[in-house]
Structure formats: structure tokens, C-alpha cells
Design a protein around this ligand. Structure first.
Ligand SMILES: [Zn+2]
Length: 394
């Protein structure tokens, strides 16, 4: 199984953007606030909106994407804490609906209602909701809600502890992921993201966070920023600071993804970072959209790079593509174990898209059968008769 642990919902329906525009307009003029949080987005529109992701999963060979709201869209620095709360709930709910419609393709990760200077404990209710009610397997934690000015304390500060306590209790990891930059010095994707990844790792070296939270897990995305390339620098700094060696100090708790976008970068990463700490990811769609003229392939077609690294054996690739994700995201592992062996209706949008005459209820159906014994029963959602386990119904 190929699990892409880092995908964002960047193909949202226009209705979501229209809501956000009104929400922000309402900050200056209360009369322009949206009158309802019901966006009026149908299941059909939602499923259609992720067809590009489904097509690329199929073309590139990924099975499942851990899917979260658009990172730049979180924009925790805009408006007020209440605005962030309302926006977060809406964005997380959309991810939940997509994951319910297409559970074979997407598993949810949420954003938090952060705001510069606001107490992280104010995020706990939404964190609980997204995990316990929406079934999300992780969360994106913004280490700089100010959007490029770093006005909140470092990640190792007790300021953040309420979130860490809840993450450990819920057994979900946090991806350390900033949002858009409002500091003109830092381009969002090219500088702010990479700065934040590197900064987070250095903060963790300086602190002792995992002594207090030995079960806490962080994923540092975008290949860990500058960290793998400067691994010697960080080892040396840790040594100078009398910190334990990095594998002991951080690598039981910190993981990196493969959103690096070129083969030499992945080769270096796979030599420097233990294979147990590398998780497959593409961050599609949208981080770097183009085609690399040197290879003729999309920069974010990251599976190709891992396939090409000569010094990785099959066992290492299995860890990067699946095993590590299931270890770092225990709720994902539990979900996949629960599904294993359960026959599923395969009449999903990918197979059925050419048969447009089918009713929507049949095209969307990817859910489990209505009963625990499938033989002779009907699919809960499309009334299709169950076939024997392991066989696709037609
Ligand atoms: Zn991202």
C-alpha cells in the first residue's frame, strides 16, 4: 500500500472562497458578514472537486492520501480568534465530508483554530472534535500563527503543552506546518515553509520536549527544510550544547516527509536520515505545480524519486511508503486494520466516471457493507448486492 501522508485540499469549491471573503469583509463591516455557515456545497460538488487528486493518485500509484485543509488557507494571523475558530470548523468539516464520501482515497487531518497570542488550550475542543467525532488521524500545528513574525514562544515552551497533552492522550501526531506568510521577506512556499521546518527542528534540539512527552510525535514536512542537507551542522550544534546525540534526542519522536521534489534531494535524505524516520508524501496539489524539463515529470510526482534511489531495498521502500505512516499515525493503522478483510463496494467515482448514467448514490459509494456478514447482504449506501469477500462487485 502506498500512503501519501501530506495532501492539501487546494481544489475547494468557489462557495468556500466566497464564504471566506464575506467572513473577512465582515471584520470591517459587520453588515457584510456571512449570514450562515451552511455553504450549500452538495456531496456531488465535493466529490467532483477532488477528481484531480483521484486521477493523480491513480496515475502515480498512491492508494491513500492523508488529507488536510489548504495550508496557506489556514491564515491564523487574519482576523480574530473567533474568526479562526469558525473558519477552522468549516474547513475541517469539508475534509470530513470528503473522507466520508471517498474513504478508500482520503483520511483526514485537521487544522487548529490558532491565532497569534491566543492560548493553545483554546484549540483543545476542536482537536478533540476532529479526532473523536470526525475520525481524523492527525493535526497540522502551526508553530508561527503570526504568519512570518514568530511572535509566539518556541515549540518547546510550556505555552504549547496543553496541545501536546491532548495529542498524546488522543494518540495523534502533529505535522508542524506553517500557513501563509504576511512578511514580505518570506515567500510562503519557498522560504516561510522551509524556514519553519528548519526552525522547528533547531528548537527541538535546544529543548527537552520529548523528556516531558516521550509519546509525542511530530512530522516535519518538506523534507525537514534544510535539516538533512545540514545534518552535520545540527549534530555538531547538539554536541556543543551538550545535548544527547540526535537519534537519541529527537529521532524517536521526529519524522520527515519526502516533499523535496528532486531525486538528488531524496537520495541525500535517504542516506542521512534513518529510513524509519522518512514518510512518503507529495503535498499535491499545488505546492510546486510544474513539470521539470530535466525529467519531463512533475516535480511533485515524488514516488518516482523513491523508486529510483538505488541504495534503498524493498524493505526500506515498504517502510517509507506504508510502514512508517502506520506507526506514526496509530489511528490510521487501526482504521486500516479494521477495514482489512471487510468487503467493500468498489463502485467509486474513478471506475464509474465513464458511466455517467449511473445514479450519484452508486457512484459515490465506497463504504462498507451494511452487515458484518456480507454474503447476501446489500451495500448500505447503493443497494448493490454483496459479492463474496475479496471479489469486486460489478
Ligand atoms: Zn503542506
Amino acid at each position: 500500500m502506498i500512503i501519501d501522508i501530506h495532501g492539501h485540499y487546494t481544489t475547494e469549491p468557489q462557495a468556500l472562497h466566497a464564504f471566506r471573503d464575506k467572513q473577512l469583509a465582515g471584520l470591517a463591516d459587520a453588515a457584510r458578514k456571512p449570514t450562515s455557515t451552511d455553504l450549500g456545497i452538495s456531496d456531488e460538488v465535493l466529490a467532483k472537486s477532488v477528481e484531480p487528486q483521484l486521477r493523480l493518485q491513480k496515475e502515480r500509484g498512491a492508494d491513500l492520501t492523508i488529507f488536510s485543509p489548504r495550508a496557506a488557507g489556514m491564515a491564523h494571523h487574519i482576523g480574530t480568534e473567533a474568526v479562526s475558530m469558525q473558519w477552522t470548523t468549516i474547513c475541517n468539516d469539508l475534509i470530513h465530508r470528503i473522507c466520508k464520501l471517498l474513504p478508500d482515497n482520503f483520511v483526514g487531518v485537521g487544522q487548529l483554530p490558532q491565532h497569534p497570542g491566543a492560548a493553545p488550550k483554546n484549540c483543545i475542543a476542536e482537536l478533540e472534535r476532529m479526532v473523536r467525532e470526525l475520525g481524523f488521524v492527525g493535526v497540522n500545528l502551526n508553530p508561527d500563527p503570526s504568519g512570518g513574525y514568530w511572535t509566539d514562544p518556541p515549540l518547546t515552551d510550556r505555552h504549547w503543552y496543553p496541545i501536546y497533552e491532548k495529542l498524546c492522550e488522543l494518540e495523534v501526531p502533529a505535522m508542524i506546518h506553517v500557513s501563509s506568510s504576511c512578511n514580505p521577506n518570506f515567500h510562503g512556499t519557498g522560504a516561510h515553509y522551509i524556514n519553519a521546518d528548519t526552525t522547528a527542528f533547531m528548537q527541538l534540539i535546544q529543548g527537552d520536549l520529548f523528556k516531558d512527552f516521550p509519546r509525542l510525535k511530530f512530522v516535519i514536512p518538506h523534507g525537514g527544510g534544510a535539516v538533512p542537507f545540514h545534518w552535520g551542522r545540527y549534530r555538531g550544534l547538539a554536541q556543543e550544547m551538550k545535548r544527547p546525540p540526535l537519534p537519541e534526542h529527537l529521532l524517536k519522536n521526529v519524522f520527515f516527509d519526502t516533499c523535496v521534489y528532486h531525486l538528488p534531494g531524496i537520495e541525500l535524505m535517504a542516506r542521512v536520515i534513518p529510513v524509519d524516520n522518512i514518510l512518503f508524501a507529495s503535498e499535491m496539489l499545488g505546492a510546486v505545480k510544474g513539470v521539470d524539463p530535466e525529467t519531463g515529470h512533475n516535480y511533485d510526482d515524488t514516488k518516482r524519486y523513491i523508486d529510483q534511489v538505488k541504495h534503498l531495498n524493498d524493505d526500506s521502500r515498504r517502510k517509507i511508503f506504508e510502514g512508517n505512516a502506520r506507526r506514526v499515525y496509530p489511528r490510521l493503522d487501526a482504521l486500516l486494520r479494521k477495514r482489512k478483510g471487510k468487503p467493500r463496494c468498489r463502485s467509486g467515482p474513478t471506475r464509474a466516471s465513464s458511466r455517467s448514467s449511473r445514479k450519484w448514490s452508486r457512484r459515490t459509494c465506497r463504504t462498507a457493507w451494511s452487515g458484518s456478514t456480507p454474503a447476501g447482504r446489500s451495500c448500505a449506501r447503493c443497494t448493490r448486492k454483496a459479492s463474496s469477500p475479496g471479489r469486486r462487485s460489478r
